[in-house]
Design a protein around this ligand. Structure first.
Ligand code: SF4
Length: 270
């Protein structure tokens, strides 16, 4: 039986054995650092919330690497994330400039066209709660993400539940972003921590349980598991998994099948 702590350690060891700088990559993502800031009682400005919302929107269905490498340029294009400068910007031109530095996505024109409406929603939330910080801490991260992604009062355009969780992590809220990498690796084709392909909510519950059992920061666990899978980063357990290099192999249905095992025994956490 493997513990949650052992699963984490095996992922860290596998990445390091491939020469991957785990600590450096987590630091570059910046979300654990942001959660540390919040743990110290620091607050996040309105501009930092705009930054979080925009970076989450940009991350929609595309690799993160080029966005990470262009963060300073994006801050410049987005007027230092100042609301008034963004409102005054030509949104079509903004979308073109984001595309030109390879940070766009299929929805970028719509995302920029919706920017003023989303800024107005953020301003309304801040007025209702006293600040955006108060709002994001007013309920569990999943409840806040549901409101921003699907709610009737504060739905942000172009933002679903998963992207809303990404926004929250940019402003220091510890949370899981249940994207396809995460859902696939915990599902029944790989680690079998769930009896099928988990829904977004089920993936959040599984990783929350793992983080609690291992006693680690939820955002750290999310980042580590995502780095383990993402093509621009660790790329161990992506669409074409490198099972031969993976320390999770004895605990994984696909890994066991690859090495000749029956691969049907579900991982049981101690
Ligand atoms: S053994 Fe293969 S499929 Fe399983 S977690 Fe490792 S890389 Fe992914």
């Amino acid at each position: 039986m493997v513990t949650a702590g052992q699963l984490l350690a095996l992922m860290e060891e596998t990445l390091r054995a491939q020469g991957f700088d785990v600590a450096g990559a987590i630091d570059e993502l910046g979300q654990v650092r942001q959660s540390d800031r919040r743990d110290r009682g620091e607050s996040f400005s309105f501009g930092e919330h705009i930054r979080g919302m925009l970076l989450a929107l940009l991350s929609n269905q595309r690799p993160w690497g080029p966005i990470a490498r262009n963060e300073a340029r994006l801050a410049e294009l987005f007027g230092g994330y100042e609301a008034e400068r963004l409102k005054a910007a030509d949104k079509s031109r903004l979308a073109e400039r984001v595309q030109a530095i390879k940070c766009g996505n299929r929805a970028i024109a719509r995302q920029m066209a919706d920017l003023d409406a989303n800024l107005a929603t953020l301003e309304r939330i801040a007025a209702d709660y006293g600040s955006l910080d108060r709002f994001v801490l007013s309920d569990a991260p999943e409840a806040i993400a549901r409101e921003l992604g699907q709610g009737k009062r504060y739905k942000l355009r172009g933002m679903g539940f998963t992207l809303a969780l990404e926004y929250l992590r940019h402003v220091g809220v510890k949370a899981i972003k249940p994207d396809s990498h995460i859902r696939r690796i915990v599902g029944d084709s790989r680690l079998r921590l769930h009896g099928g392909y988990p829904s977004e909510a089920e993936a959040v519950a599984i990783l929350s349980g793992l983080a609690a059992e291992a006693g680690v920061n939820l955002t750290y666990l999310d980042n580590l598991m995502w780095l383990y899978c993402a093509v621009d980063y660790g790329a161990i357990c992506g669409g074409a998994p490198k099972c031969g290099a993976c320390g999770l192999r004895p605990h994984c249905a696909q890994g066991r099948a690859v090495q000749g095992g029956v691969g049907r025994e579900r991982v049981r956490l101690a």
